[in-house]
Design a protein around this ligand. Structure first.
Ligand SMILES: NC(=O)c1ccc[n+]([C@@H]2O[C@H](COP(=O)([O-])OP(=O)(O)OC[C@H]3O[C@@H](n4cnc5c(N)ncnc54)[C@H](O)[C@@H]3O)[C@@H](O)[C@H]2O)c1
Length: 354
């Protein structure tokens, strides 16, 4: 059964009001608590976290939700329709599979898993479950990314030549995943979504300065079958917070700066002009230095859009924009990058997914 068929067959049993449990109410999970507590169409019924301090903070944001410290209680609770996992990444695959097998819909924070094998297992269980399985690829719910995709698909920026992303800041340091697994899922998910394809090979180099074996900075290079190229730099050991992605196209170049509060996209009408006829070699390619346009974008909070999408997919029996397949694709890239990282940056081929 395909994901879509499975999800569609669950349509009839989808409840009108989706009762949600948020599992993991730490640094990021508390945002899910805040969002689901206010979201229409759902009821934040339960918050689960073994950390009493985090539970207490969550209770302040969602006073009507019950609290528990044991995930088994969430799984066994028949009043819970959907589970939102914002737990440490090492737990994601196993907790997702357990929730799907318990008949719950799942929204799992990125990364879906820390290995291709685990991500494939999640996808297989998701396809059989008839439940919505969505990955928290937040950036696919960002208005600027959607606009950028429209520009690419409509041919507005011409053929995409290459892209590069920068996602650096000081902290948040993790010990159970390196900076690549923590930060690069965002850029990889954006790039795959924009280009509509998975790279054929990846090379990655990085270094662990602060904790043995946990890279603080990683440079990834992605090569696509049609010659497109993408570079991603991630680090939690950097003086400046930068969240940038640049797309260089044949007709236009676009900069997405997520650190800027309002001017998220900058569209450069720049490139090289290739005149049909020329008399001197210097006229063969001439620089075109046009205007810079900053479009107005309505900017709803991406997490709110993501959570709403999850609830709507459950209620309407639709497959999510960032489902198990998209989650697996990101892990295929990161899994290959991880192999490259352990092999002095040698390029690693990404196997085709049947
Ligand atoms: N989408 C985004 O922009 C974004 C941003 C930050 C973090 N994240 C992701 O969210 C996840 C959590 O990150 P974080 O920064 O909040 O980490 P965190 O360590 O602050 O929080 C994790 C929470 O999970 C709880 N937990 C641990 N084991 C548990 C269990 N078995 N059952 C229930 N709760 C358990 C911990 O007590 C803690 O409160 C990570 O996967 C991270 O990559 C996503």
């Amino acid at each position: 059964m395909s994901v879509h068929e499975a999800v569609s067959s669950a349509k009839t049993s989808s409840p009108a009001l989706v009762r949600v449990a948020v599992v993991g109410a730490g640094y990021w999970g508390v945002n899910h608590v805040r969002t689901f507590a206010r979201l229409a169409g759902c009821e934040l019924t339960l918050v689960c976290d073994p950390d009493a301090k985090n539970l207490k903070r969550a209770a302040g944001l969602a006073p009507s939700a019950r609290l528990c410290s044991d995930y088994a209680q969430v799984l066994a609770d028949p009043s819970i329709d959907a589970v939102v996992l914002a737990t440490p990444a090492v737990l994601h695959a196993e907790q997702t599979i357990l929730a799907l097998r318990a008949g719950k819909h799942v929204l799992c924070e990125k990364p879906l898993a820390l290995s291709v094998q685990d991500a494939k297992a999640v996808k297989a269980v998701a396809e059989q479950s008839g439940r919505v399985m969505m990955c928290g690829h937040l950036m696919l719910y960002h208005a600027a990314v959607l606009r950028l995709r429209e520009m690419i698909q409509s041919g507005d920026i011409g053929e995409v030549y290459y892209l590069y992303g920068l996602r650096v800041n000081l902290g948040k340091l993790r010990h159970d995943e390196n900076a690549m697994w923590s930060l690069a899922p965002h850029d990889v998910s954006i790039i795959l979504y924009l280009l509509g394809q998975v790279p054929v090979s990846v090379a990655a180099r990085g270094h662990a300065y602060l904790q043995p074996g946990v890279e603080d900075v990683v440079f990834l290079n992605l090569i696509f079958g049609d010659g497109k190229m993408a570079q991603i730099q991630v680090s939690w050991l950097d003086p400046r917070k930068e969240r940038r992605l640049t797309v260089v196209g044949e007709r236009r170049m676009v900069e997405f700066d997520d650190s800027h509060p309002t001017e998220k996209l900058r569209i450069y009408d720049k490139g090289f002009h290739r005149p049909p006829e020329f008399t001197q070699f210097g006229e063969f390619l001439t620089v075109r230095n046009g205007d810079i346009h900053i479009p107005h974008l309505d900017l709803p909070e991406p997490l709110n859009v993501e959570c709403r999408h999850f609830i709507e997919c459950i209620q309407k029996g639709q497959a999510p924009r960032s489902g198990a397949k998209e989650g697996l694709d990101v892990i295929r890239v990161l899994g290959a990058a991880d192999k490259s990282l352990r092999n002095q940056g040698a390029p690693v081929l990404i196997e085709d997914e049947p």
